[in-house]
Design a protein around this ligand. Structure first.
Ligand code: PLP
Length: 452
């Protein structure tokens, strides 16, 4: 152990259980303790500044200092620091935020249910799907279909919908009634010689076959991220969602779109649903909703679902779901201010300028001997390394290439995230500037050269 007695790191080791952390590594190495942030950078307790190329957890869209958000929080803390919205109570920040969200949302979404985290938003969407089918007299429609490589969170339903075995191991998940189909990644899951169109047709046929096998009358909803985040940053194969939505519509299966990472400009449009032609029955948001300054999430639902709840609610009892801090006034005020900043600073215009620098700069790494694939859209990307390019053969996991790359980048004072399959994820704050993008790309190239 190389941790000084009584340091932040030593006190951390003695007290904290960290999420998604190798406990042995925590105990032996100690954590990196962050103390402050400025622009796209954060500083650790040794005084080292890092370019935060992951926006924290794909989330700090406006970077790490924004006086307008601090002021919005302070004003609301003074006016009304807390009130709930259960049982027909309300407050201005909740109402204004809902109005603003629905004004920018994809067409058809008519109400917002707030929670604190992305996981809770997805659990709420799943419960809404169950409640809706119950309300319209189809209570047997209960099963949820997710996708392999998809990530939807850690609460029991969201983790069950997640299609990553590592998130199920040790918990006896997924729960019964949660099913999975293959991912939308043509690069990873396309078969040798298969065209992209044939891959999409195969995925649609696979979904249809699952529905017919289980019985459409037993299936409530299908949940998907438009661009897969934590599972590997996969942009959907061309035509994938059109084909999938056609199957869902025919079998009266609700479509829950998880935009917890994609929402608010990350992929270049306000919601990724716009550019991939998605027509969600429900759409979940979190992370960049408040620029991650405070925790808040939401599920937006269609008028059709809301109308059914209204028409049948009396017979079926109230929608008995909600968390104490739903639409917490301080979080809602900060989220509202965040949405104003996106609009007033033309964040989408900025994205249009800087995204090509990131995507083209990273794609130039394709000629590197270690790099098998570079993919992404907007300001989200991944660089995947392979042992053998032509066959896309992965490195032996024992070599820990992904972890070594992540460390080599960190030594260059840039934070990126190593994903399973030896990919490096890149997802910087949306406010990143061209020189910072150049710095990030240089760090990735340097790290690749070091590990090669
Ligand atoms: N959905 C997606 C696509 C995510 O990436 C995440 C978190 O990374 C979640 C849901 C869960 O959000 P949270 O960690 O806020 O519960």
């Amino acid at each position: 152990m190389n941790v000084q007695a009584n340091s932040w790191a030593a006190r951390d080791i003695a007290t904290l259980l960290h999420p998604y952390t190798d406990l042995y590594k925590q105990q032996s190495d100690g954590p990196i303790v962050m103390t402050r942030g400025q622009g796209v950078r954060v500083q650790d307790s040794d005084g080292t500044w890092y370019l935060e190329g992951m926006a924290g957890l794909w989330s700090a869209s406006l970077g790490f200092d924004q006086p307008r958000l601090a002021d919005a929080a302070y004003r609301q803390l003074q006016a009304l620091p807390f009130y709930h919205i259960f049982n027909n109570r309300s407050h201005g920040p909740a109402i204004e935020l809902a109005e603003k969200l629905l004004a920018i949302a994809p067409p058809g979404l008519a109400r917002v249910l707030f929670s604190n985290s992305g996981s809770e938003a997805n659990d709420a969407a799943i419960k809404l799907a169950w409640y809706y089918h119950h309300a319209i007299g189809k209570p047997a429609k209960r099963k949820i279909i997710g996708r392999m490589r998809g990530y939807h969170g850690v609460t029991i339903a969201a983790a069950s919908a997640t299609g990553q075995p590592a998130n199920h191991a040790g918990f006896g998940l997924p729960l019964d009634g949660f099913l999975h189909v293959g991912s939308h990644s043509y690069w990873h899951d396309g078969e040798a010689g298969e065209s992209e169109a044939d891959f999409v047709a195969r995925r649609a046929a696979e979904l249809e076959a699952l529905i017919l096998r289980e019985g459409a009358g037993t299936i409530a909803a299908f949940i998907a991220e438009p661009v897969t985040g934590g599972g590997g940053v996969f942009v959907p194969a061309r035509g994938y969602f059109a084909a999938i939505q056609e199957v869902l519509r025919r079998h009266e299966i609700l479509f829950i779109v998880d935009e917890v990472i994609c929402g608010f400009g990350r992929t270049g449009t306000m919601f990724a649903s716009e550019q991939f032609g998605l027509q969600p029955d429900m759409l979940t948001v979190a992370k960049a909703l408040s620029a991650s300054f405070l925790p808040i999430s939401g599920v937006m639902l269609s008028g059709r679902i809301h109308d059914a709840m209204l028409a049948h609610g009396r017979e079926h009892g109230v929608f008995a779901h909600g968390v104490t801090y739903a639409a917490h006034p301080v979080c809602a005020a900060v989220a509202l201010e965040t949405l104003k900043i996106y609009e007033e600073t033309d964040i989408l215009g900025h994205m249009a300028q800087v995204s090509p620098l990131l995507q083209d700069g990273l794609r130039a790494l394709r000629d590197h001997p270690l790099v098998g694939d570079v993919r992404g859209i907007g300001l989200i990307a991944a660089v995947e390394t392979v042992a053998e390019k032509a066959s896309k053969t992965a490195f032996d996991p024992k070599l820990g290439v992904g972890a070594r790359l992540q460390n080599a980048v960190l030594n260059r004072q840039v934070i990126l995230r190593g994903l399973r399959g030896d990919a490096l994820a890149v997802c910087p704050p949306l406010i990143i500037q061209p020189p910072e993008i150049a710095e990030l790309i240089a760090a990735v190239r340097g790290a690749l050269d070091e590990v090669a």
